[in-house]
Design a protein around this ligand. Structure first.
Ligand code: FES
Length: 157
């Protein structure tokens, strides 16, 4: 269920914590496994992470369902996590999200026809000074405009 490549990545995180505290790597482990499964975590994926980290499945599921970083439905290859919290909202996030939905022909939470992109509305990502902003993978894109969004999205492969 978890590839050898993913296990190596998870092991590197586990090594950062004291012996016997491997469950502390659960957030990164879930992220790694999600990335390998089309940006989606199924119940089986979550249980596999729990088993690998020798922790109760319910504890891994609590983490996986608490944070917005994890997806429990099919997602595109790239997930655009668009902040719609107060600073971003006041700086036009709603109009930009609407533009993105029209451009991609999807509503938030859906996958584009080519399977490449999903858009997800998320709460504050801690980059309010660069509002409006979104995140794709580990990259933040700030001070977004329609032109910037078009350039970023058109560059996704
Ligand atoms: S409100 Fe959007 S990053 Fe904080």
């Amino acid at each position: 269920m978890i590839s050898n490549k993913a296990k190596k990545q998870i092991d590197a995180w586990v090594a950062k914590y004291p012996e016997g505290r491997q469950s502390s790597a659960v957030m990164e482990a879930l992220k790694i496994v999600q990335a390998e499964n089309n940006n989606q975590l199924t119940h089986d994926n979550i249980q596999a992470v729990a088993d690998y980290l020798d922790m109760p499945g319910i504890a891994a599921a609590e983490v996986a369902t608490f944070y917005e970083n994890y997806n429990h439905q099919p997602m595109g290859k790239h997930v655009i996590r668009f902040c719609h919290n107060i600073s971003c909202m006041l700086n036009g996030a709603d109009d930009l999200i609407a533009h993105l939905e029209t451009k991609l022909g999807v509503k938030t939470g859906e996958v584009s026809k080519d399977g490449l992109v999903s858009v997800k509305k998320v709460e504050c990502l801690g980059a309010c000074v660069g509002a409006p902003m979104f995140q794709i993978g580990d990259q933040y894109y700030e001070n977004l405009t329609i032109e910037k969004i078009d350039e970023i999205v058109d560059g996704l492969k």
